[in-house]
Write a protein that binds this ligand. Structure first.
Ligand SMILES: Cc1ncc(COP(=O)(O)O)c(C=O)c1O
Length: 438
């Protein structure tokens, strides 16, 4: 038995399921992957095998593993004794930088995870509007708190009608009746969004959505859908929240909102904002953010909020994303990787579709035509995807499967065009075996 399997089995003896996070088990392998180290776009497992990393810490390490700028910032924080749970000058510096970088941000608050960021953002929206309901889109994922753990991975045969998608729970243990405060609408359906506002408009505190729907691979919003998002919440006195935990910094320094030219009232940032350290952010219009205590009456606190090491890492990371040429490189790598991978599938006669934007992408097996929402994504051939991921890992390219419908994959800025060619060579071998059914 290799060391990865041996150590995973050892972990299972005391760590529930062998992991610190349920989705960390790679469903394509049936166990968690244990990496010993990472550098740039590569990771090495416990047995010394190297992989080109197309998971990139589920999106957290957009700069690559061991980025020297982030490392220097963290070491500076450590050298100063890392007194945490206090403010220092770096908090205000990062807050100012974020407000200069992300269009909707006039004020921000720091949290440690994306889950906390969306949880606090939704509470704030309810406090601000005095209304109970949240409108979310079918399949969009906003973290692991109970308010939004519905319609995130609904099985294809339990979706319900498009006019009123089922609030299928994403976990057991949720208090009965929580879904009464949710209105669920399919993504990219402006007509159904309008109908939902006609029906529930006076009760809706907030619309929360992924501005680029990366949690089902990569789905872009249509112009009509974006127009409806800009118009309807405002017309009905609701707050528009873009959950940019995954999309932030992926295709523009100001995230999807800058790229799409749509400014929400509030947004969340996570993953890449901390440069590989646990930092998340929520923020937006001053008038709304002023409702937070101590000025206002809405609570947001936490011992580890804005941990000094993470804030230092975040400052280094956001400065790096703002460097001239950063996104030229991201788009050059994206084009070669996505076009190259699509060409490999086509050459080997494998029905698969690559959809990507900026540094993240999805692969859909056995579909024809574009994927526009969760209902399209959930119908792709999951078994074939799992086989592809298994073969890619054997060939030295790491993809992660989270256990849902389609998944998001991605690369980091440390990846060069030469690395892309190497990744494509390795993937050619995987796809050839997939096509032969081995
Ligand atoms: C869009 C979105 N929101 C929220 C979350 C939750 O973030 P975290 O895992 O940091 O709690 C995620 C995580 O994948 C996400 O993709």
């Amino acid at each position: 038995m290799n060391r990865v399997r041996e150590q995973y089995e050892r972990a299972c003896r005391y760590l529930a399921g062998g992991v610190s996070s349920s989705t960390r088990v790679n469903k394509a392998l049936g166990h968690a992957m244990l990496f010993d180290r990472g550098e740039g776009c590569r990771v090495w497992d416990l047995d010394g095998r190297d992989y080109i990393d197309l998971c990139c810490s589920h999106g957290a390490t957009l700069l690559g593993h061991g980025d020297a700028r982030v490392r220097a910032a963290v070491e500076a924080a450590l050298a100063r004794g890392f007194p945490c749970s206090y403010e220092n000058t770096w908090h205000a510096e990062l807050a100012e930088l974020l407000c200069q970088t992300v269009p909707c941000l006039e004020r921000v608050r720091f949290t440690s995870s994306g889950t906390e960021a969306t949880m606090h953002c939704l509470r704030l929206a309810r406090a601000f509007t005095g209304r109970p309901k949240i409108l979310k889109f079918e399949g969009n994922f906003h973290g692991y708190h109970d308010q939004v753990m519905f319609a995130i991975g609904t099985p294809a045969d339990r979706l319900g009608p498009e006019e009123s998608p089922a609030p299928y729970p994403g976990s057991t243990g949720l208090a009965a009746g929580l879904d009464r405060n949710l209105v669920i609408v399919p993504y990219n359906r402006p007509d159904l969004l309008e109908a939902a506002f006609q029906r529930h408009g006076a009760e809706i505190a907030a619309v929360i959505g992924e501005p680029i729907y990366y949690n089902a691979g990569c789905i872009q919003p249509t112009r009509e859908f974006l127009d409806a998002l800009q118009r309807l919440p405002r017309a009905h006195g609701a707050v528009l929240i873009f959950d940019e935990v995954l999309s932030a910094f992926r295709m523009a320094p100001g995230g999807a909102q800058e790229y799409l030219g749509v400014t929400p009232d509030l947004c969340t940032l996570g993953k890449a904002v901390g440069g590989g350290f646990p930092l998340s952010v929520f923020g937006g219009r001053k008038e709304i953010m002023d409702r937070l205590m101590p000025q206002g009456d809405c609570q947001h606190s936490g011992t580890y909020n804005g941990h000094v090491v993470c804030v230092a890492a975040g400052l280094a990371a956001v400065r790096a994303y703002r460097q001239p040429g950063f996104y030229d490189h991201i788009f050059a790598v994206a084009k070669r990787l996505y076009d190259g991978l699509q060409a490999i599938f086509d050459r080997h006669g494998v029905a698969a579709r690559v959809q990507g934007l900026g540094a993240r992408f999805g692969i859909y097996f056995g579909v024809s035509g574009p994927i526009r929402n969760y209902r399209d994504a959930v119908r792709h051939h999951r078994d074939q995807m799992l086989r592809f991921i298994r073969l890619a890992i054997e060939q030295g390219v790491y993809f992660h499967d989270y256990g849902g419908s389609a998944c998001h994959h991605g690369f980091c800025a440390a990846m060069t065009l030469t690395d892309v060619e190497e990744a494509l060579r390795r993937l050619e071998g995987a796809v050839a075996q997939l096509a032969q059914g081995t």
